[in-house]
Design a protein around this ligand. Structure first.
Ligand SMILES: Cc1cc2nc3c(=O)[nH]c(=O)nc-3n(C[C@H](O)[C@H](O)[C@H](O)COP(=O)(O)O)c2cc1C
Length: 587
């Protein structure tokens, strides 16, 4: 075949159409297989073909660092399976509740269900010190072994053989169990066997554990962040997300209302929770809506130049110290998240200190704190867009990782001052009405906050019709990132439970960017900070709880999480008068 593309010259293709299609098909239909293996043995000649395919993989400096250990002995496989089980139990013990439940139903290894196991190793020393390419990137040795695995995986698919990759081992434990020479690393442990059928999508996607990210999220034109597939031009993530935000689905909402009225309870007796369930249905576009779990709370942290105006009794270092506390699991947000079964993710949106890499920390620092908004803009417009984009990406990644509910969290010494300024800018409220004591400012401190907000408003004359400009003038990096987080939740039609005044200020920005974004938001609670009530009133959001909280971090929203989940659960589980044979009230 010789296709021509526009004014491109006709090009003879090296393989006929059907063969080319088969290559793409095998790539698309390759699966990691964990269940449904047949007991049939794998003939030696088939296995030899697979290993020969693996052995044709590219390798750094042509070093061919792989070896393949073919394991069929039952006793040996049982010992390896025991290692995997121990690791599995440890992993399960560290999961938040909803994840742990889902994980319990997942199969993660088929060591004993398959007739052949393969350990694939890497010798990072093979070929000596001048191995071309590895001299500068030692990790390319391991990459090369992975490419061999990929070849084998694809060839196995073509042969009708399922492959499952098991990494539930400490690599040293597995190497010791296999009696490997000390210079070899285990790269993979694979389980191979014939299967009746291959799933049409990855098992982890079919079970809702995680979703496939669209390819357009992964392709950048020339520089990271300039997203766009070849031929479609660069798309600004913010524009793309805003374009995807729409109103709630009327049909699903009507179905939810109608179902609430038929449920075995007096009509309207679940009060506000009925509205919550209707909104969840409208957001999901289906009735009943999916349960809002698993859940992730993203704590966005940033520092504020306005701290210099004496607006907080706390030193600025506390932001970074609390980030460390969140990561160590020692803060109230961790306790409430553990109770509610949510995962805590901490995002460095703009902490003034350098933070060490840590599990659970997403390094998305736009700058080391904002500038003092009483003297000039807190950030540039470009920085505001960068922070918005960071928030969008965090939300997208958490949803792709399988979360079905997002919770906002925040940390930033002085961020109630910035929040008050944003609330004034977006709602037209007066600084003295919406500026509160925050994390414990005394009367004099509160007066300084009001003055700082007044100065900021006078200096920047923010225009609520230019929300990015308002964020740049008066916001914090965590506010801008939270606004992006809310927008992305709305675009992906995942509920976003808002915490207190900082999330509220960010939601005002999100609403100014895309008014329909508010439909995805549920107000977790009402903070005692006065600006919060003004914000909720402006956004027409009713807080689910009102417990005089003023901590932030996501704590109030996490307390509301079981209410939101119960609202969805009721709509899903409660019988109707007709289904349960219960007599309805006389009309
Ligand atoms: C490096 C690597 C390690 C993996 N480890 C495991 C594992 O320990 N247990 C498991 O169930 N799946 C494991 N997998 C399989 C992935 O979960 C699977 O590839 C992914 O869900 C995508 O599904 P698909 O391969 O069917 O497209 C691993 C995959 C890779 C590439």
């Amino acid at each position: 075949m010789s296709p021509s593309h526009g004014d491109q010259p006709e090009r003879a293709l090296p393989y006929p159409d059907d063969q080319r299609a088969a290559v793409y098909r095998v790539i698309a239909e390759r699966r990691d297989v964990r269940q449904g293996f047949l007991p049939d043995p794998v003939p030696d000649d088939v296995l030899a073909r697979l290993l020969a395919a693996a052995h044709q993989a590219p390798s750094v400096g042509f070093s061919q660092p792989w070896d393949f250990i073919v394991i069929t002995d039952r006793a040996q496989r049982e010992r390896v399976a025991a290692l995997a089980r121990r690791n599995r139990d440890q992993y399960a013990a560290g999961l938040p509740a909803a994840r742990a439940r889902a994980f319990g139903a997942l199969k993660v290894e088929s060591i004993l269900d398959t007739p052949v196991n393969l350990a694939v190793t890497c010798d990072p020393t093979r070929g000596g010190r001048h191995t071309l390419g590895r001299h500068s990137q030692p990790e390319t040795a391991g990459f090369s072994s992975v490419l061999a695995i990929s070849n084998l995986w694809l060839a196995a698919r073509a042969e009708g053989l399922g492959v499952g990759w098991v990494s539930f081992f400490g690599p040293r434990d597995l190497a010791a169990e296999l009696g490997l020479p000390a210079h070899l690393e285990v790269v993979a442990y694979l389980c191979l066997g014939y299967v009746r059928e291959f799933g049409s999508e990855p098992e982890l996607a079919a079970t809702g554990w995680a979703r496939r990210r669209p390819v357009s999220w992964a392709v950048h034109a020339g520089e990271f962040g300039r997203r766009g597939l070849p031929g479609s031009g660069p798309v600004r993530l913010l524009d793309e997300v805003v374009a995807a935000i729409g109103p709630l689905d009327d049909e699903a909402m009507a179905a939810a209302r109608e179902r609430q009225d038929r449920m075995t309870k007096p009509r309207g007796s679940l009060g506000v929770l009925e509205d919550v369930s209707v909104r969840l249905a409208g957001l999901a576009g289906q009735c009943p809506p999916p349960l809002p779990e698993p859940v992730a709370v993203a704590v966005f942290a940033g520092d504020h130049g306005v701290h210099a105006q004496g607006v907080s009794p706390w030193p600025q270092e506390v932001t970074a110290q609390m980030v460390a506390n969140f990561l160590a699991g020692g803060a109230v947000v961790n306790a409430f998240a553990a109770q509610a079964g949510a995962e805590v993710v901490v995002v460095d949106a703009g902490v003034a200190a350098d933070l060490e890499p840590a599990s659970g920390l997403l390094p998305r620092k736009v700058a080391r704190g904002t500038a003092d908004f009483t003297r000039g803009p807190a950030m540039t417009r470009e920085q505001a867009v960068t922070a918005l984009t960071a928030g969008i990406e965090v939300a997208r990644d958490l949803v792709a990782a399988g979360n079905r509910c997002l919770v906002t969290g925040d940390m930033g010494i002085a961020n109630t001052t910035s929040s008050a300024a944003l609330i004034c800018a977006f709602t037209g409220s007066s600084p003295v009405v919406v500026t509160g004591p925050g994390a414990g400012a005394d009367a004099a401190g509160q007066a300084r906050k009001v003055e700082a907000v007044r100065q900021g408003l006078a200096l920047h004359r923010p225009d609520p019709a230019d929300p990015v400009g308002v964020l740049a003038a008066l916001g914090g990096f965590e506010h801008a990132a939270l606004a992006g987080f809310i927008l992305a939740g709305a675009a992906l039609r995942v509920p976003v439970i808002l915490d207190g005044v900082i999330a509220g200020a960010a939601a005002l920005a999100a609403a100014a960017i895309a008014p329909d974004a508010v439909a995805a938001c549920l107000a977790g609670h009402r903070s005692t900070e006065p600006g919060h009530a003004a914000t909720l009133g402006y956004l027409k959001l009713r807080p689910l709880i009102d417990l005089d909280l003023r901590l932030g971090e996501g704590t109030g929203a996490l307390l509301a999480l079981p209410l939101v989940q119960s609202a969805a659960r009721a709509l899903r589980d409660v019988a109707t008068f007709d289904s349960a044979g219960v007599s309805d009230k006389k009309a």
